[in-house]
Ligand binder design. Sequence first.
Ligand SMILES: Cc1cc2nc3c(=O)[nH]c(=O)nc-3n(C[C@H](O)[C@H](O)[C@H](O)COP(=O)(O)OP(=O)(O)OC[C@H]3O[C@@H](n4cnc5c(N)ncnc54)[C@H](O)[C@@H]3O)c2cc1C
Length: 447
Amino acid sequence: MSASGVQEIPVLWRGDVLVVGGGSAGCAAATAAARSGARTLLVEATGFLGGTGAAVLDTFYGFYAPGRSDRVVGGIGWELCERLFAREQAFERPNTYGAGTGVTYEPEALKLVWDELTEEAGVATLLHATVSQVVMDGDRITEVVAETKAGSVRLAASVVVDASGDAEVAWRAGAALERPDGQQRVQPLTATFRLGNVDLAATPTAELHRLMREAAASGEFALPRTEGSAHRTVLPRVVHTNMTRVSDVNPLDPWELSAAEREGRRQVHEYVRFLKARVPGYEESYLLGVSGRIGVRESRRLVGEYVLTRDDVLSARRFPDEITQCGAPIEDHAAGSSTIWQYVGGDADPTGLTYGVPYRCLLPRDVAGLVVAGRCLSATHDAHASVRSMAQCMAMGQAAGTAAALAASSGRPPAAVDVTDLRRALEEAGVLLDQPSSARVDGRVSQ
Ligand SMILES: Cc1cc2nc3c(=O)[nH]c(=O)nc-3n(C[C@H](O)[C@H](O)[C@H](O)COP(=O)(O)OP(=O)(O)OC[C@H]3O[C@@H](n4cnc5c(N)ncnc54)[C@H](O)[C@@H]3O)c2cc1C
């Protein structure tokens, strides 16, 4: 939209850095920008912070790499974990395969701690505000329009961070994007659920999966995925699951997304019926709640200054402008009833290797004044299936917010931020940019 077309809409806020989306990436971005001295606004469509991490999930992956015991991500994400640990609202769940050791947290506590971290940093937060338009001056984004209970409002900033998960701002600004269509498949969607009064120890995971296969084969239960997670939580006898699978959905199509929500809910009740009927330890369990919305793993992604690839992941590539690192495997859920894992470094077993995520993955090629963070970063489908864990989303957010503040204070575009300055600021803020006890071998970093 041109600047002349929005003159009638009142300006509600004007400042340095505007962050759209209050999930893992957006909360970290806003906290980092405000701590760097920028006047910062965080805009979130729902009534709480935490995004997918609060509405759908309960375990951060990506702080640890499978196959090694030291942490590979620090910064604001780890500070958040420490606050949760201190309140006994989180614990580490050891796992040497899959995505590595996770940090399982209570989602209600997560919302509260994000409120605290953003408030303490001095972030102004608008909840129940959905960004619906952008205002451009040539190729530069200058404002966004958000829909609120007071109607449309304009929000103006030197730099905008798109942490909306679906690249809402980049899309509206006309940035080059990859998006689901007839040719481009995306990972399936999942509605998660929590059950109370479960004796989890009564059925080991391998036996649960065997019972799933047996139940599906009997024709008595319709279970699209015959593996997945049912794990302990902070709350006694409460388990959190990641089992349902709604495939072949374009999450950007309003009708398809609506149908997926209904199908996810239907599957939840079917899995609950199966668990209660067939799995020892679940006989007296009850459904505590279904995820506040269906979980979308993948939708629009930026095609930015650099596109992270499968080869970068499998060859454990490092970059001079990397702003975080990732050791999570490529975890592809789109393979029938099971999930395919491919580890960083290309080995069959986890080795603890990580690769770097370049700052350029957060920068559009064609829109100025914009930085992207979180699951809508610039990456191919395969690389995205590795880098999308929440620890990496928080790290990308911290980098985007810090870069946005540096750009706003210097009056230069985000693409002109000195990467050495950015990396120094991130390290001073506790971000782990390389593996301390590592040796470089053929460009790879081995442990
Ligand atoms: C089913 C499922 C299971 C997963 N399991 C794990 C796991 O166990 N561990 C792990 O680490 N990762 C997991 N992931 C991946 C991870 O959860 C996501 O990649 C990550 O949460 C994305 O964070 P984000 O900040 O980019 O986006 P989100 O957390 O989705 O945040 C985006 C925010 O933007 C807001 N928003 C969107 N559009 C607008 C708008 N126009 N205006 C204002 N606000 C807007 C949304 O309401 C939302 O709050 C899983 C993902 C799914 C879907």
